[in-house]
Design a binder for this molecule. Sequence first.
Ligand code: HDL
Ligand code: ZN
Length: 417
Amino acid sequence: MNKPAPSLSARIAWIIAQTPITDIHTHLYPPTFGPLLLRGIDELLTYHYLVAEMFRWRTDLDYAAFFALPRAAQADIVWHTLFLDHAPVSESARGVLTTLHACGLNVAARDLAAYRRFFAGLSASEHVDLAMRLAKVKTVVLTNDPFDDAERACWDKGAAVDARFHTALRIDLLFADWPAAVHKLRAMGFRVTRAWTPATARALHRFLDHWITRMQPLYLMASLPPAFRAPSRALPARILDEVVLPAARAHQLPFAMMIGCNRQVNPDLRLAGDGIAPVDMATIEHVVAKHRAVNFMVTLLTHESQQALCILARKFRNLLPFGCWWFLNSPLYIEELTRMRLEWLGASMIPQHSDARVLDQIIYKWAHTKTILARVLADKYGAIEQTGWRLGDDELRREIAGLLGGTFWRFLGRADA
Ligand code: HDL
Ligand code: ZN
């Protein structure tokens, strides 16, 4: 007797599992960047999301004393606090278990020493191959900040970037701390002044040209400060309007705006110390409407601004919403944002990026997202098929390939890498 045809949801889950992913925003690095590439169980356990969660229980622990400990000792504290003393139920804690399980390790054993031995046995290159294979990620887009001394040192020594990795030129400092940017720009040989003059604007444009040439980024990007407003005669708005967006246009590169982060709400937590701040949608609307020749990718950090972003994207085809960023990267919000975007934008959006800081995180961040995406698409495509419309496997493959990277490459005007 013939086997029953696979259900729509089974076909969707299977196609998602088979579709290679372009991860459009991460904080990873190629193995050639040495210690900048974080990987393995101790880095997973000391991810800043988990450190913040650990301190909620360990109110006895001095922040500085913890950060002064060796990485393994920090990991031990997180492991005991969030995994043994309490159930690892948070998204980041569950993610560690998802990753260990995907690597074929015995999660039930709770054997941290055995997990350490496993990861210690992998070279950086073997580890990259393993993580990208398990996550089904074919392309990783990095975050490349020329103002970061350690990153710049890698570029200065000619570190190679292998074909699976692409760069994104990150320029937060220009908008967040102009005096500090001037100091670093002058040290790099760009004759800028604190005063905003035509000569400084030209020098800043040369800086962007220089790093765009060196890095060959897929896009420019910045996390804009909560106080950023446009239109405005304030310096950050003039830098965007007079230099950054003209440079993006000249190089035909999108500009990714990441908005809603309130940096260092609690500096004692270091990387874990950032919070959220309200998003001014009028500013985004003004920038996107004024610069029609520039393509914008936008992700917002506040839940309440997500519907407005969808509606703005309906008005401006040069605006592509992307990802469930940071504090939105949890099952509750991934499901809601994906449904909202499909319902108002169809597939003309980028549902997710991993934001991975530790190599192994691409395994769990994508596993968790793909489970939700399969559920949402089964619901949405199922609703279509209830009318009698049919979606063949080729159409499902086209749609899912678009959601997992194809739409991004099309927005760049480039062939899918
Ligand atoms: O600004 C960003 O790109 C954020 O993603 C921050 O790096 C943040 O610390 C983070 O890693 N979020 O996932
Ligand atoms: Zn990020």
